[in-house]
Design a binder for this molecule. Structure first.
Ligand code: NAD
Length: 375
């Protein structure tokens, strides 16, 4: 028995951002975006078609953190009137921030309590959200969770609630044409990780696996090309579609071990999220050879019947993009590796993983990916 569900209306296509005014449909709206001129210009275009937002939050920073979120959330309370819809125009940091604002509706303490104690759900608001992703990576436009960072405490939380699914995901690849190559790569690898992580996952089902296979194949084919041809609309469209499909896959499964390995690496060594959650993928792939069933079939659909050879190709794919697959490549000292691995397997995302810690360590040691003792 399995179930699959995703309630988000998806509109996809070049130039479709012009439909935003129709989707807002006269509601009082808050606009959430970044401070850069490109986004200010998009905000002006939106104002011309949909009227002025009653509130603009345009200082979203990468990796939404407690301190700024608290201050930004308070601006919703200062606004006073009822907000009919929150429009998120940006990547994962913007869409995740919008989810926090939608749940807080002026009072970040309610969100913090829910994150820290898993209580106080009744105090959360759920303002509707329209998500307009400008990166092709997080899939946040079709998930019901937001990553919330607390750098001061060295922690990462997941705000998750079924009422946080955006009402609409408006995906326009034209918005992605000016993404710099570093961001294109990191976000593309984030999407690759979502797709594969949704397969070696206890929550996987045949529908999530199909979305995942479609996403991974498209990314492996399109990402190296778009890195060389960043202004190519067809390739941008492929990456946007792949990221969306990966989102549809992991919206039903959550992520797994590669993501849980990544969080302390991002917090402790500043490794960008998309890189941190993808450099371990070949090792995790080797560790699940033999799991069988539709999961192994899906992995074989992506990587070929011989998954060891597939893991070699995945390593080369990452290396060719400049991403090393050993912990040392990311300057993680060997004495931290054992703790990172132990904690990753013990955590919630680690428990989503269908493989074992023993097999992961064996695969990692065989390939020189980790050294658990000083050389
Ligand atoms: P981001 O939103 O952090 O943006 C990074 C930078 O990219 C910003 O400074 C922005 O100015 C720039 N940028 C964005 N779009 C651009 C464009 N079209 N052209 C030029 N520059 C652009 O990047 P992200 O990778 O999309 O999001 C990362 C965040 O998402 C992290 O906090 C991560 O934890 C979170 N995340 C959430 C989910 C989820 O399901 N909710 C999944 C994965 C990651």
């Amino acid at each position: 028995m399995w179930t699959y569900s995703n309630p988000v209306d998806v509109i996809f296509g070049a130039g479709e951002v012009r439909k935003l005014a129709d989707l807002i449909a006269g509601r009082r709206f808050a606009l959430v975006t970044y401070p850069e001129p490109f986004f200010a210009e998009l905000g002006q275009q939106l104002k011309a078609s949909a009227g002025a937002p009653v509130l603009t939050i345009n200082d979203v920073a990468p990796n939404p953190d407690y301190e700024l979120l608290r201050e930004q959330s308070a601006r919703f309370a200062d606004e006073g009137g009822e907000i009919g819809v929150v429009v998120a125009l940006g990547g994962g940091s913007v869409i995740d921030s919008a989810k926090v604002f939608a749940a807080a509706n002026g009072n970040f303490d309610n969100v913090a309590r829910y994150l820290e104690t898993k209580t106080g759900e009744e105090a959360l608001a759920f303002l509707p959200i329209i998500a307009v992703p400008t990166t092709a990576g997080t899939g946040s436009e079709v998930t019901c969770w937001a990553t919330v960072w607390n750098e001061a405490q060295g922690k990462k939380y997941s705000l998750a609630h079924p009422r946080l699914y955006p009402e609409t995901a408006l995906v326009d690849p034209e918005l992605m044409l000016k993404k710099p190559t570093g961001l294109t790569m990191a976000t593309g690898l984030d999407a690759l990780s979502h797709s594969i992580e949704s397969i070696w996952n206890v929550n996987a089902n045949p529908v999530s696996a199909r979305h995942a296979v479609a996403a991974a194949k498209l990314i492996i084919q399109a990402l190296p090309k778009v890195m060389r041809d960043t202004g190519n609309l067809q390739l941008r469209s492929d990456m946007a579609e792949a990221s969306l499909c990966a989102g549809l896959a992991f919206s039903n499964t959550k992520t797994a071990i590669a993501h849980n390995l990544s969080y302390p690496i991002t917090l402790g060594w500043g490794v960008q999220h998309g890189i941190a959650c993808s450099f371990t993928l070949p090792t995790v792939l080797r560790s699940v050879i033999g799991i069988g069933g539709f999961r192994e079939a899906a992995l074989q659909d992506i990587f070929g019947a011989d998954l060891n050879a597939g893991a070699d190709r995945l390593t080369k794919f990452l290396n060719d993009l400049g991403v090393g697959t050993r912990f040392a490549d990311h300057e993680i000292p060997h004495q931290y590796c054992a703790d990172i691995i132990d904690e990753a397997f013990a955590g919630e995302r680690g428990k989503n993983f269908v493989g074992t810690k023993e097999n992961f360590i064996e695969a990692a040691q065989q390939q020189d990916v980790i050294s658990l003792s000083a050389a």
